[in-house]
Write a protein that binds this ligand. Sequence first.
Ligand code: TZD
Ligand code: CA
Length: 556
Amino acid sequence: MTPSETARDAVTSPTASTAGSESEQPTTTVRSMTHRLMAQHGLTTIFGNPGSNELPFLQDLPDDVNYVLGLHEGVVVGMADGYSQALGRPVLVNLHAGSGTGNAMGALSNAVYSQTPLVVTAGQQVRSTIGLESFLSNVDATQLTRPLTKWSSEPTCAADVPRAFNEAVLESVTGTKGPVYLSVPYDDWDQPSASNDRFLLDRSLTEARSLPAPVVEQLVRRLDEAPRVALILGSAVDTVGASEDARILAERLNADVWIAPSPYRLPFPNRHGQFTGVLPAAVADICSALEDYDLALVLGAPVFRYHQHVPGDYLPPNVELIQITEETGAATRAPFGEAVVADVAEATAALARSVAARTNDRIDAWRDPEPAPEVTDGVFHPEKVFEVLRETAPQDVTYVVESTSTNDSFWKQMDLRLPSSYFWPASGGLGFGMPASVGVQMALPDRQVLAVIGDGSANYGITALWSAAQYGVPVVFVILKNGTYGALRWFADVLGVPDAPGLDVPEIDFTALAKGYGVAGSTVSNEEELASVLTEAMAGDRPYLIEVETSLTAPQ
Ligand code: TZD
Ligand code: CA
């Protein structure tokens, strides 16, 4: 079952009719009805950090509910984000009032760009005391997470809480997926649930965004008639489980395959003979990269997520661009091209089935990486670290990466072929990597998660180590220690700011920090040590942290 199928099943198909007649219902509270709705939607894991306002919701949780405590709300949301992305399902988050929500905002920005369906709930003060702003009132709660959440609500009365909860879950996975926010006054939970709430348990919602046959036929004709096709795959191709069909489509078209700029997941094997590269995140650079094509087909990506400001024409003359996306905003926002809003997995499968197969000698032409520079004086070139990881880790390893200046080195050495092999902070907000790796490992217990984290990035989510230790989540953390915010050094140069302060992070002892949070670790200083410590760490069933001193490199 693909992640998208799992998500659809979880939300649209109640397992059995539980409605019954009004007279048969035992007296239920808003709390117990909401707990039943959680079960119906498969929301059996809560990532949270509680306060007084939230405790009444957490009373009498069903036995099969698993509560995962994070020690900071950025970590709570980061773990939930990784867990939700890797499972392909909505996930419940519970935060403390306005202050807990505020701590989570940076992490929420990542969930927006990966369209992660997080159902974020927060406890509110007692209804009658919110207006006078009693301690821990979440003032204007519905506005607090805007514009990051696509939907937010504080029900107008206790009786509307179960319906609003149901709406929150469905909103998170319908249309453009993403985080939603529900604030609930804590005196609501003990109130009686309305007898009509039983109908909520019998609801279903079906979203049908398949392409009609004539649209498929027209797209197929245009693809077949275009001599030189560039297939530009977005991270969402992996999210919706379409990477296998995308590979078939690419091979039948014998298209060059580009990955859309700033990828947060990997939609195509990066050693495949048709893999051409990650598109540069700049207007003029993309224009020149697409010069030799007639038609560019973008699947599951915005057009485009630029980063560096290099002005120019959006497209070369005579290149047509068609974008197929599930994200309505990505279609409406785009400043050029023809957009089609549709189910990306179904559209990819339909095109892969229907395009004519061209001659193609690049299918089995896998490309080997070049050897990496050797370790000198105990200092690794980042490429050497990645070479050792590639040679030591199993083929189905999953990387969660947050190390910014080493991007180029990473892609030079990696050989990633399977779905869900790569996760990266989707908005560029640091603090995702450490916690998301814990969430991804919880969701994918049969795959080893390696978290590759810079010594700057690690600090934004360091308390994830504690959750990994306490819940026995066997992530292996590899900390690349160059003592600085390497990417910002490079940016300072690009932007002509040679004297910017605050760019170095010297003298942090990550093995000591890990020990403090209950995670064993060690520092390695040569290739053999790294390989043997990594092998041992992956064989264990506990988290482990490996600290590696690395040289300064540029992201590209
Ligand atoms: N704060 C947050 C929440 N997100 C950010 N992206 C930044 C600050 C700014 N920032 C970057 O964009 S990259 C970077 C910072 C501080 C440096 C990260 O350092 P690192 O990796 O040690 O993790 P490198 O390889 O040394 O760049
Ligand atoms: Ca660094």
